[in-house]
Design a protein. Structure first.
Length: 86
């Protein structure tokens, strides 16, 4: 399971991000850290897995922010480039 630095802090979930990382999609591995949001660097579709294990695709445009705490970003179906915000 992804490390969740915000689990114990409600305030941290609404404050601006303090760190960022490149998301490398994988069909098997969870993200090493659960981001508070995902930023789209290059247009594409991102397929994410939520805490309930549900996978859904999102069509994204460069500059768009997806405010979701994804556990996984699937390689199958994901195109574009994305950063996680912590």
């Amino acid at each position: 399971m992804a490390k969740n630095p915000l689990r114990l802090s409600d305030a941290a979930s609404i404050t601006p991000a303090r760190q960022h990382f490149l998301i490398v999609p994988s069909d098997t591995a969870a993200l090493s850290v659960q981001p508070k949001a995902i930023y789209c660097q290059a247009d594409g579709t991102i397929v994410i897995t939520d805490e309930s294990g549900v996978d859904l695709p999102y069509a994204m445009k460069q500059g768009q922010i997806l405010p979701v705490r994804a556990l996984k970003v699937k390689a199958a179906g994901t195109t574009g480039s994305y950063y996680g915000w912590l």
